[in-house]
Design a protein around this ligand. Structure first.
Ligand code: E4P
Length: 218
């Protein structure tokens, strides 16, 4: 499973990218607002930091304007993926942009039927929102599992499942078990994935024993 970082915070992206675990980045209008940065500038900076797809979301709501915005954003860098909402206009924009060779991430997906529509419209990525389904008392992971089955039923569907709205490490674990192609993970959740008490204890014991030898490698 690929990891995208779900943020527009360039310091976080730079630091995490240095570990080699970052395959791409997703942003949305809320994350850009939180960064306080100019949208075009921040997308350009992120695209220069990571080789993989960087999602930038349109804010128009009619198809023609979405396509116009998408084409403008796609000119920022070759690795920009245009994010469009899961509406009929969004699907029209998805078809036009993907036929023009631009990667498209169809966002705000809350049902397997919506995911099927997005795949037929040529989406590169579908973004099912796990956490927001959990928030309304549903099990967001069921949606990832359902979409995996639907897409695997049809060879013609090549859209990648991008598990989004991830809130905790179990969402990541279960997304991988369910066969999501990508998980987009907030920086604090991604950083937490490495934690294990036995790793910490084991390292402390090794270092204490090494100290006793009085040796130095360098
Ligand atoms: C990413 O593409 C989504 O916009 C993001 O994961 C949504 O997360 P949220 O539901 O925590 O806002």
């Amino acid at each position: 499973m690929k990891f995208f970082v779900d943020t527009a915070d360039t310091d976080e992206i730079r630091d995490l990218a240095a570990t080699g675990v970052v395959d791409g980045v997703t942003t949305n209008p809320s994350l850009v607002a939180k960064s306080g940065r100019d949208f075009t500038e921040v997308v350009k900076e992120i695209c220069a930091m990571v080789d993989g797809p960087v999602s930038a979301e349109v804010t128009a709501t009619d198809a023609d304007a979405m396509v116009e915005e998408g084409r403008k954003l796609a000119k920022i860098a070759d690795n920009v993926a245009i994010k469009v909402p899961l509406t009929w206009d969004g699907l029209k924009a998805c078809k036009a942009l993907s036929q023009g060779g631009t990667m498209v991430n169809v966002t705000l997906c809350f049902s397997a039927n919506q995911a099927l529509l997005a795949a037929k419209a040529g989406a590169t990525f579908i973004s099912p929102f796990i956490g927001r389904l959990d928030d309304i008392g549903e099990d967001g992971m069921d949606l990832i599992r359902d979409i995996r089955i639907v897409y695997d039923n049809y060879d013609a569907l090549s859209t990648q499942i991008l598990a989004a709205s991830i809130r905790n490490d179990d969402h990541v674990r279960q997304s991988a078990l369910a066969g999501a192609d990508v998980a987009t993970v907030p920086p604090q959740v991604l950083r937490g994935l490495i934690q294990h008490d036995l790793t910490d204890k084991g390292l402390a014991a090794f270092l204490a024993d090494w100290e006793k030898t009085g040796q130095s490698i360098l």
